[in-house]
Design a protein around this ligand. Structure first.
Ligand code: 2HG
Ligand code: ZN
Length: 476
């Protein structure tokens, strides 16, 4: 009897959805793609997937959901690394996919802004900016499929944060549908606006728990005239930190990326990703991929880069360096960095960490945490790489082959997590630098955030989403 009643209720809910968006945009079969997260760690079950066309439709959907007490899982490009955009296993949550909101609404070349909808693919936005002789600097490995709505929801970072900041720094306005169904529209693109609380910041990084972002005003930069990409070989994270300082003193804000790659990380890319080849002839314990750009000529940039590298050689900070000769070669260099995630997935499952500590503490963090892990799990394989210039490491850990299988290693997931995150905490760091909390770290943040921080977060959530229908089970 209970089941029959639920079925009838669900049918009337689905009929309501079809009336709002049209029957072809309500999916109830073959939902596998929408239910499985990118890492294939979380396999949920959705009641349905709805694909609205605009904020007005989303507003109506949310009101319908509130009336039926059905919760909503917002989904954009579906590349979350923390299970933020997949439903739970109840079969009762609605996935709201924003892919159809994919218009570029406006470009203002004097204000240097682009107004885009949440379903725009990041790469399309980058290319549109380029076509207008501008730069939208957000850049990350998933850029060919991730969407702006997800970038905003997770406050995505990536490989140019050093120069241009996280997504948060690139958003000048936002349109968001609240859990009440009201549309909060603030797309004015103002560079100065001190009229009280900066509401857009609440929704950036909220992972869809406070509302559904439907559009945003993005900040554009002048398109650089010259870019140089370099890979260097060096002995230690300490040397890499000294190199970062030296590079900054020569290049200042022209330094856009400073990525650390361990020998093991690089070897996995060379082993598993077809078409990749080493940039340097010799092998080193560590590598740095760095990039700089200039709005003036390449000659000026080359001169500054040469001088900096010579000084680094003389100070014995680096042992080898190769500069990209052209864009194709620069892309090859980036391939060595951006394929690490893919390569390590092929090699074996990893216990992943996306951590940050103050930049000055990175080398100490690596030394201490490596030693703790090695002492407890001899032969452990640490796939360590990341955005050194931002103090952000992807400190991913694969099982010691002599003593563990993938399965027995994953049985230790929480224990290994705790060891690493306690070490992060010891250095005053964060257990999620740029991937978000999602489901993966929801329980763990309770250990590292203060009671007051959690209380304020819960108060905000309760104020905006009293029914708890917006992406429940994520973040808090
Ligand atoms: C990257 O920097 C991404 O490549 C993914 O943030 C990191 O796989 C990871 O842990
Ligand atoms: Zn990253």
């Amino acid at each position: 009897m209970q089941n029959v009643r639920m079925q009838t209720q669900n049918n009337s809910f689905l009929d309501g959805l079809r009336t709002i968006v049209g029957a072809s945009h309500v999916l109830t079969d073959d939902l596998g793609f929408y239910e499985l997260d990118w890492r294939k760690k979380y396999h949920g079950k959705a009641l349905a997937v709805v694909k609205p066309a605009n904020a007005g439709e989303i507003s109506q959907i949310i009101k319908l959901c509130a009336a039926h007490r059905i919760s909503i899982v917002p989904q954009a490009g579906h590349t979350s690394l923390v299970g933020g955009s997949v439903p739970n296993e109840s079969g009762e949550q609605l996935v709201l996919n924003v892919a159809r909101l994919n218009a570029i609404r406006a470009i203002d070349l004097v204000n240097n802004t682009m107004t885009v909808e949440a379903g725009c693919i990041l790469q399309t936005v980058q290319e549109t900016a380029t076509a207008h002789d501008r730069l939208y600097p957000l850049s990350l490995a998933a850029e060919g499929s991730c969407q702006i709505g997800g970038n905003i929801g997770t406050n995505a970072g990536g490989v140019q944060v050093l120069r241009y900041g996280n997504t948060r720094e690139l958003i000048m306005g936002i349109e968001v549908v609240l859990p009440s169904g009201e549309i909060l529209e603030s797309l004015r693109g103002l560079r100065k606006d001190n009229t009280g609380y900066d509401l857009k910041q609440l929704f950036i990084g909220a992972e869809g728990t406070l509302g559904i972002v439907t559009a945003a005003v993005l900040k554009l930069y002048p398109k650089p005239r010259a870019t140089q990409t370099v890979i260097v070989g060096l002995q230690s994270p300490t040397a890499a930190l000294k190199l970062l300082n030296l590079m900054r003193s020569h290049l200042a804000e022209r330094l856009t990326a400073f990525e650390l790659i361990s020998a093991l990380s690089l070897s996995l890319v060379l082993k598993h990703i077809p078409g990749q080849r080493a940039a340097l002839a010799d092998q080193f314990p560590w590598y740095v991929l760095l990039e700089a750009n200039d709005s003036q000529s390449i000659a000026q940039l080359e001169l500054a880069m040469q001088t900096a590298l010579e000084e680094a050689f003389e100070a014995e900070l680096i042992q080898d360096a190769v500069l990209s000769k052209n864009e194709t070669e620069a892309k090859q260099f980036w391939g060595l960095r951006e394929n690490i995630t893919e390569a390590q997935t092929i090699e074996s499952k990893n216990i992943k960490h996306d951590i940050s500590v103050p930049i000055s503490k990175i080398a100490e963090f690596i030394e201490r945490t490596d030693a703790l892990l090695e002492a407890k799990y001899p032969g452990v394989r640490i796939v360590n790489f990341g955005h050194l210039g931002d103090g952000n490491l992807h400190y991913n850990i694969a099982h010691p082959v002599a003593t563990h299988t993938e399965a027995s290693w994953f049985a230790l997931y929480e224990e290994v997590n705790e060891l690493v995150h306690d070490s992060v905490h010891h250095f005053g760091g964060s257990i999620s630098a740029e991937h978000g909390i999602g489901q993966l770290k929801r329980e763990q943040i309770k250990r590292y955030k203060s009671d007051t921080e959690l209380k304020v977060m819960r108060a905000i959530k309760a104020a905006l989403d009293p029914l708890g229908i917006m992406n429940p089970g994520k973040v808090i």
